[in-house]
Write a protein that binds this ligand. Structure first.
Ligand code: ZN
Length: 265
């Protein structure tokens, strides 16, 4: 009888241990899922902003703030395709956006056909391109930017530091090129997009459709935006081919054109 009881006890305690283990596993899973969801929510939000997660942004090298060509704001080109919007250049009042809804995003009507042609040509090479983001107005940019600053601030750094870090992963309102309607974010704004065959295809062919990689890795000191493999900008076929040939980013190219014009007159 005692042995019987002992056996039951053993079975019961073994059962209890299993229960506790199961409970622990469940708790761990819940914590893990919650953490993952938080990261995922953040990622979706920042993806919409056309940027990377703060975690990655934080380990990026600090771009050199002093090396803008000549240290002076550049004169805007008269070519609408070359309109410059960055930390030193807001969208000129004279620039007229013509926003339409195509490919599930808002973008300037003038880049609809060029993008369609690029998309279709890519598809023929078995490359699938899709748009995550096109035109974004300033209100939306303001909200994304404030959320980014707050997220950094909550990590315990000073407000100034939070602003500085946030400015590198989400463009402050008025300085995001997405307000032109001429910029697009491709294929879900993935951190590793630069390692994909879609990215390879774009690097080889985008200029034939008037698009350029706007924030190349080797131009971070000039653009002052970290490398964004997914962000392309329409500048027109002629400009895009020339920029590629000269290995210039938009800031350099606008500067180069204005100097060349001055020289030839
Ligand atoms: Zn973008």
């Amino acid at each position: 009888m005692y042995q019987e009881k002992n056996k039951v006890c053993k079975v019961l305690s073994a059962f209890a241990v299993i229960l506790v283990e199961l409970a622990l596993m469940a708790a761990t899973t819940v914590v893990f899922v919650m953490a993952f969801e938080r990261v995922d929510a953040k990622r979706t939000e920042v993806a919409a902003a056309g940027s990377s997660t703060p975690a990655t942004a934080a380990v990026q090298p600090e771009p050199d703030k002093t090396s803008q060509p000549d240290g002076q704001p550049l004169k805007q080109s008269e070519d609408w395709k070359l309109v410059l919007v960055n930390y030193d250049h807001e969208l000129p009042d004279t620039f007229e956006t013509q926003i339409v809804h195509e490919f599930s995003v808002d973008l300037d009507s003038r880049i609809v056909e060029p993008y369609r042609q690029m998309h279709d040509a890519a598809l023929k090479d078995n490359i699938k391109l899709w748009l995550s983001s096109g035109y974004r107005n300033d209100d939306r940019q303001q909200r994304l930017y404030e959320e980014e600053v707050e997220a950094y601030y909550r990590t315990g750094i000073s407000y100034e530091e939070a602003v500085s870090k946030a400015s590198k992963s989400v463009a402050p309102p008025g300085t995001s090129e997405h307000i032109t309607g001429l910029a697009v974010d491709l294929n879900g704004v993935l951190e590793n997009f630069g390692d994909t065959k879609e990215s390879d295809w774009l690097l080889a062919h985008a200029q034939d459709y008037g698009f350029v990689l706007r924030f190349p890795e080797d131009k971070q000191d000039i653009t002052r935006i970290k490398y964004e493999a997914w962000h392309y900008r329409y500048v027109g076929v002629e400009n895009a081919k020339k920029m590629k040939e000269l290995n210039m980013c938009l800031e350099e190219y606008v500067d180069y054109l204005s100097k060349n014009q001055t020289a030839s007159h």
